[in-house]
Design a protein around this ligand. Structure first.
Ligand code: NAP
Length: 282
């Protein structure tokens, strides 16, 4: 078997095109463009790349975007004051604080300071709580993008066995909630999980969010399974690799996402969708 490729780049381009025409319509109606403020603290090179890509995507669809860069040694109070100002700014519909933050700043305090209606990352406890209760508003971007990818396979999700490798607050846990809401039967694994390969072998859908290059092996995967690779790992030669051994697993899976060009572009597309949704919530 050779897996079909779930082309996140192409699907994200489709979504961006739809958003772009919606923005054109808003402008034609005399409405202001959706506004996204991105806040970057410090000079983490990976964060700089993510922020640049998010801003480029905003500009491409006609959003208004602001970039606020703060020094790595800025105080938590200064960051909270900036968020306060953005919370009140009517031109800003969405606020994104790029994680990770420097160690002296408490990420939870910062996340909870963003108005839930402007929390386009979907990390605020209010938005996570809405997802838990199956009444989602702004949904975390990476799991939301993965749900769009899964829907594009045309498969019925109800009743499927899904396994999520990774239990982080930004990927694994909200992913589990999304799949549960779609009425999959879910297994969430982490570094203390026993017999991981045996559990993966039972799954129709495998979501790998571990942060270890080529972690998921072909002989762990059920033939025909859908394999979603969230990992972004930088190898010694500077290239990017996912959490799945793509070359081997793609011979066994039914569907598979590449890295790059799979989940990454969908995360950004979901951020744009959330910002547009935030306009309607505001
Ligand atoms: P994280 O917070 O480091 O979480 C990693 C998870 O993997 C943890 O739950 C950890 O378990 C688990 N884990 C580690 N070793 C394991 C093992 N041997 N067996 C089973 N589970 C194991 O990472 P994250 O933020 O969720 O990100 C995961 C990956 O996705 C990273 O490569 C990140 O760069 C990437 N990512 C990509 C996107 C995108 O848009 N494509 C977005 C976000 C993240 P414990 O909880 O027990 O420690």
């Amino acid at each position: 078997m050779t897996a079909q490729i779930l082309d996140g780049k192409a699907i994200a381009a489709d979504i961006r095109e739809n958003i772009q025409s919606e923005v054109r319509q808003m402008l034609a109606n005399g409405q202001p463009p959706p506004g996204l403020a991105v806040v970057l603290v410090g000079e983490n090179p990976a964060s700089q790349v993510y922020v640049r890509n998010k801003r480029l995507a905003c500009e491409q669809v006609g959003f208004y975007s602001q970039l606020h860069t703060l020094a790595a040694d800025c105080t938590q109070e200064a960051l909270l004051a900036l968020i306060e100002q953005l919370n009140k700014d009517p031109a800003i519909n969405g606020i994104l604080v790029q994680l990770p933050l420097p160690q002296h700043i408490d990420e939870e305090t910062v996340t909870e300071h963003i108005l839930p209606a402007k929390d386009v990352d979907g990390f605020h406890p209010y938005n996570i709580g809405r997802l838990v209760l199956r009444r989602p508003l702004l949904r975390p971007c990476t799991p939301k993008g993965i749900m769009t990818l899964l829907q594009r396979t045309g498969q019925q999700l109800e009743g499927q066995d899904a396994i999520i490798i990774g239990q982080s607050n930004i990927v694994g846990r909200p992913m589990a909630l999304e799949l549960l809401a779609a009425r999959c039967t879910i297994t969430v694994c982490h570094s203390r999980t026993k017999d991981l390969p045996d559990k993966i072998r039972q799954a129709d859908i495998v979501i790998a969010a571990v942060g270890r290059a080529h972690f998921v092996q072909d002989y762990w995967v059920k033939p025909g399974a859908t394999v979603i690779d969230v990992g972004i790992n930088r190898l010694d030669d500077g290239s990017l690799a996912g959490d799945v051994d793509f070359d081997a697993v793609s011979k066994k899976a039914g569907w598979i996402t590449p890295v790059p060009g799979g989940v990454g572009p969908m995360t950004i597309a979901s951020l744009l969708e959330n910002t547009l949704q935030a306009v309607k919530l505001g």
